[in-house]
Ligand binder design. Structure first.
Ligand SMILES: Cc1ncc(COP(=O)(O)O)c(C=O)c1O
Length: 375
């Protein structure tokens, strides 16, 4: 049997990892500023994380959601505290798409409505509703096409207000910083307008925090910078530092009823152990503060380099806009300088490293990019 060929691959096999360093099967060392696609939050193979999962595996790895799992309650309390949403309710699942799928479904159950507002360049996942609110027709299958979604320009308050007029809107879904779309920061005033419109028209504000959340920007949720609360926060990537775990944090006014949502694997013992280890390390090592400080340091360093059109983002979610003719810089970073980064169209380098990145590691990128961009 062959693998179903859906990804263009770099010819590299990673066999070992620690912190923000990974090694390939030839013994070559790389700096990981991609974090395995924003997933590695506390660093690869963090000892506390490895220990907690290992220990849990020896006790019980899995049992179904038909019995009490105290680790889930422990996780809910800790997440509520660290994220500053102690009165919210947690539903656990397995991936970012699934988190958004459940959030949208819940918004529709809650309001009894069908219309969803999403934004240009948004990415929310590949399952049916999540992909329907994603602005990329090439990944929307005919069966996923729907008239229920209205795409509006990002950061355009006037068109948002106009769209509410005349539509029965169930939900607005928005990334605090668009990731796949190229690191586009939602303005604070735009997020406040979403909050105000949702309040005025009885719609649900869904903050997709799958990529921009979990402390990456220095706030727990990037949306927090706007100073207003969303009704539902969706999260995944950094939550398990590589263990597949995701969740939605739901405001207290949204009431559950039995069987409205459900999952086999979501919130299993191992997933909770992984997620708890992540939050413990984030707190003890003050990783949100580090993300903010090192992010700022990196951003300022990047702004001093030639040929860069724009540096966007917050904390350790950074987009470096390069002119089209410098299309080989990302590749050179990987194969000449051994630095993993992410990308976005048309020519954006995306930095999504672990939140405990050091200044010395940031300097490594600045030095390599300095060489690539000189002259
Ligand atoms: C903002 C955002 N939402 C949702 C998703 C989907 O997450 P997953 O791939 O875990 O389904 C992603 C993945 O890149 C994302 O960036």
């Amino acid at each position: 049997m062959n693998l179903f060929d859906v990804y263009p691959l770099n010819d590299i096999t990673i066999v070992k990892a620690a912190g923000s360093t990974v090694w390939d099967d030839q013994g070559r060392e790389y700096l990981d500023l991609y974090g395995g696609h924003a997933v590695i939050s506390i660093g690869h193979t963090h000892p506390r994380y490895v220990h907690r999962i290992e220990e849990q595996l020896h006790r019980v790895g899995f049992y179904s959601n038909s019995v009490k799992i105290p680790l889930q309650q422990e996780l809910a309390e800790k997440l509520g505290r660290v994220s500053g949403k102690e009165d919210y309710q947690l539903f656990l699942c397995n991936s970012g798409a699934e988190a958004n799928e459940n959030a949208l479904k819940l918004a529709s159950f809650h309001t009894g409505r069908k219309k969803i507002i999403a934004f240009r360049k948004a990415f929310h996942g590949r399952t049916s509703l999540a992909v329907a609110v994603t602005d990329n027709p090439s990944i929307v299958a005919p069966v996923n096409q729907t008239d229920h979604v209205l795409f509006l320009p990002f950061n355009d308050e006037a068109s948002l207000e106009a769209a509410f007029d005349g539509h029965e809107v169930a939900a607005v879904i928005v990334e605090g910083i668009q990731g796949v779309g190229g690191i586009n920061v939602a303005s604070e005033s735009f997020l406040r307008t979403i909050r105000r419109c949702c309040d005025q028209y009885g719609a649900v504000y869904i903050a997709d925090s799958v990529q921009c959340g979990y402390g990456r920007t220095g706030q727990f949720y990037a949306h927090d910078y706007a100073g207003v609360q969303a009704d539902i926060y969706t999260m995944a990537k950094g939550m398990g530092n590589g263990f597949p775990v995701a969740g939605i944090s739901i405001a207290p006014h949204i009431q559950p009823r039995h069987y409205m949502l459900g999952t086999t694997f979501g919130g299993n013992h191992l997933a909770c152990a992984a997620a708890l280890a992540v939050l413990e390390v984030m707190e003890e090592e003050r990783l949100m503060e580090n993300a903010l400080a090192v992010g700022q340091y990196l951003t300022e360093g990047l702004q001093g380099l030639p040929h860069i059109t724009e540096v966007r983002g917050r904390g350790l979610m950074i987009g470096i806009d390069l002119p089209a003719e410098l299309s080989n810089v990302k590749r050179n970073l990987l194969f000449k300088h051994r630095i993993f980064t992410g990308e976005a169209k048309p020519n954006v380098i995306r930095l999504l490293p672990a939140l405990n990145l050091t200044r010395a590691q940031a300097d490594q990128l600045l030095e390599a990019l300095g060489k690539e961009l000189k002259g």
